[in-house]
Ligand binder design. Structure first.
Ligand code: BQZ
Ligand code: CA
Length: 693
């Protein structure tokens, strides 16, 4: 019989040596628990894609009476028929929940952002919350597709009224709406499309808001003008239908070339900075293709928009849209948007901060509540993202560089993810069935989600500490925080700067939760809280170690902003971009993710696409590519006086609800109209003029 003692010692040694290892796998990687159900109301009524809109000429057109009386008869505007395209975009009555509407009234938005200026194409924000969505009309439109079954969906026509693929699928001929005009009466045509493409997307010195680059539309893609109303895309892949989604909001919404071009450095003595800032918030009546035009701006108070007399969309009776004459954007906070909406002082909110769930639900449940509140799917999620660039993006100092090397160390990332108590994080926002364990990767609310393909490293603090030790970090000076190895960053405590958006209570709550939980692991986190605009600028320049960011469309719809799933190009990822060299230093598993995304984008086979996304989910969660914190449902809050709000509209999927409810066909019945208009019977003035006319 073998010497019992030696077995004992060996076993003992084995036990002692492998204790951390044993602990590390005390919690085997698994799949996330099935999330609790919650009171989601408003089942979506699914419709066929072509039942929503079409382009066609109608026998007659109409406009609000006061426009005819005060503007057309006074010779200030041509007759409405001349202000419309040959074949305007016609919203079909069958898809309008309450049918053809009437003119009048206002929608009062409240937003937490602030306008930098009107140069969307050069990367200026107008304050979010639906402003840029309303101003920007894009080649295609996807937000209303939430009501179309995933299998037969394809982006809707918009500024591009139709498109044809070449036989080999490498070319796409796109036909633009003919005869549409900017809100100042100047024709819209291919020159606007080409200015956006050549002088904003393709110009490396210009970064449009929402970050479109050449790779957004496929590596190597080109675009050229054929004639005033035709442009031609050329793609490396055959039939990459996916790119039609990238031609929707956020990434292909051309600005007015006749106003922008003269300020662009290629055509003027302006610097790129002067170009970007050529249209400050005070510049009124910026020409738009959208339904409303900015006519009044009072800093930290309000932006007022008036109906665009050249808007190129009508209802089936020929009534020129929009029905609503005026839009307000009260410049407040995101949390106040919820409060004002449920109280009836504002008209709209995406309830997306769980801290406000209970109070909002209570108020909306009262018999005389002014607003409807309806929860949608679990599509609001947060991720902790690590800066993976070790070749210079953001010019890190020695400490920052050492951190990025750590971020690239899988043992380090496993330590972080296993030290997160996601249940506690969710409960810190709101108790109840709303929040769910979210390991990272695709949102559980998207049709591409597959729980079995999602690797979840459960909360296990001891196991996490073992992983941290494996990553070579020890607390060498006994103060409770691990140190860099001697010779790296002076062997000082590892100190991680985490970038957070100060505009949201939720972002700050989660950040504080992460700081506290990382402290138990022995990692010292320092918060860098900035407002949304500064956070974006800091993030896009790579000046961060870690980042807490709410999920965007690539994780909630997959088909929108798809290239943001992985570093497909030098500037497509949220947390891994190229330095000046243009090279992204991809880690091996990232190369696999990039391959998968490129294959997904160039595939038209739905089964293959679903399988590719399962592969993506497996690889990205197994390698802890992004570290999920929590996810939960949002609720749409809309004042009850509005009609034509599609039932079950999600606050966020292909885009935000400001787009999905199709505001241009929302109306208020005559007997419910309120007197909120600040500029009744007035229209936008000339570009740059003060106020409406
Ligand atoms: C919705 C949205 C409309 C941006 C913004 C803001 C920016 C981000 C994000 C959301 C706000 C509202 O989100 O929170 O409910 O109204 O505007 O655009 O968070 O800071 O950069 O991606 O969409
Ligand atoms: Ca220490």
């Amino acid at each position: 019989m073998r010497n019992l003692r030696s077995i004992g010692i060996a076993a003992g040694l084995a036990l002692s040596v492998s204790v951390p290892a044993l602990n590390a796998f005390a919690s085997e990687p698994t799949v996330p628990p099935v999330p609790a159900t919650f009171p989601a109301e408003g089942k979506i009524k699914y419709v066929a894609r072509d039942s929503i809109l079409e382009f066609k000429a109608l026998p007659e057109y109409h406009e609000p009476g006061w426009v005819t009386e005060k503007f057309v008869k006074a010779g200030k505007l041509p007759p409405v028929k001349e202000r419309l395209p040959k074949e305007p975009l016609v919203f079909k009555t069958g898809n309008m929940p309450n049918g053809v509407g009437v003119y009048g009234d206002t929608m009062r938005h409240v937003i937490g952002g602030r306008p930098e200026g009107w140069n969307y194409g050069a990367g200026q924000t107008q304050g979010w919350g639906g402003i840029d969505i309303g101003l920007s009309e894009c080649l295609t439109r996807t937000a209303p597709l939430f009501q179309v079954e995933a299998k037969d969906t394809e982006p809707l026509p918009n500024l591009a009224k139709s498109w044809d693929w070449s036989a080999d699928g490498h070319k796409l001929i796109m036909h633009l709406v003919e005869g549409a005009k900017w809100s100042d009466g100047v024709p819209f045509n291919a020159d606007d499309v080409m200015f956006y493409w050549d002088d904003e997307v393709m110009d490396p010195n210009v970064s449009p808001l929402n970050g479109a680059t050449q790779e957004t539309f496929g590596v190597g893609t080109t675009l050229k003008k054929i004639d005033d109303y035709t442009v031609e895309w050329t793609f490396k892949d055959a039939f990459p239908k996916q790119h039609l989604y990238a031609m929707a909001y956020g990434t292909f919404c051309p600005g007015p070339a006749h106003i922008l071009k003269p300020q662009h450095p290629k055509y003027s003595k302006n610097t790129y900075d002067q170009f970007k800032n050529a249209f400050p918030p005070e510049y009124m009546n910026m020409p738009v293709m959208g339904a409303w035009v900015p006519v009044e701006y009072r800093a930290d108070d309000i932006i007022v928009m008036r109906r665009n007399p050249y808007y190129w969309k009508v209802d089936e009776k020929g009534n020129q849209l929009p029905y609503l004459n005026e839009l307000h954007y009260k410049l407040s906070t995101w949390a106040d948007r919820d409060v004002q909406a449920v109280a009836g002082a504002g008209d709209f909110s995406n309830l997306e901060q769980p801290e406000n769930f209970v109070a909002s639900l209570k108020r909306a449940a009262e018999p005389n509540a002014p607003a409807r509140l309806a929860f949608g799917p679990r599509l609001i999620g947060y991720n902790l993202r690590l800066n993976f660039s070790a070749n210079g993006w953001g010019n890190p100092d020695e400490r920052g560089q050492a951190l990025r090397e750590l971020n690239r160390n899988e043992d380090f990332r496993k330590a972080v993810t296993m030290a997160l108590d996601r249940k506690a994080l969710g409960d810190s926002l709101v108790k109840g069935p709303f929040t769910a364990i979210y390991p990272g990767g695709l949102s559980s609310g998207t049709s591409f989600y597959d729980r079995k393909s999602t690797v979840y490293y459960p909360f296990d603090l001891e196991g996490a500490k073992a992983e941290l030790a494996k990553a070579g970090l020890k607390d060498t000076d006994g103060d409770g925080f691990v140190n860099f190895p001697a010779g790296t960053a002076g062997g000082k405590n590892v100190e991680i700067v985490m970038l957070v958006n100060n505009d949201y209570t939720t972002d700050k709550s989660l950040a504080e939760g992460v700081v506290a939980q990382m402290e138990k692991l022995g990692l010292r986190i320092v918060l860098n809280g900035l407002n949304g605009t500064q956070r974006d600028a800091t993030q896009y320049s790579g000046r961060f170690d870690w980042l807490i960011r709410r999920n965007e469309q690539e994780l909630t719809s997959v088909v929108q902003n798809t290239v943001q799933l992985a570093p497909v190009g030098p500037k497509t990822s949220w947390d891994h971009r190229a330095p000046e060299s243009g090279e992204v230093d991809l880690m091996p598993f990232e190369k696999d993710l990039v391959d998968i995304v490129n294959k997904f984008v160039s595939s038209a086979d739905n089964n293959q696409r679903a399988s590719l996304m399962r592969d993506f989910q497996k690889i990205s969660t197994e390698h802890v590519y992004n570290i999920g914190l929590t996810e939960y449902p949002g609720a749409l809050i809309i004042n009850k006086r509005f009609s034509n709000i599609p039932q079950g509209t999600p606050i966020f999927m292909f885009n935000w609800a400001e787009d999905s409810i199709v505001r241009e066909r929302v109306f208020v019945a005559a007997d419910k109209q309120a007197k909120y208009e600040l500029f009744p019977e007035e229209l936008p003035g000339k570009p740059g003029d003060k106020g409406p006319m």
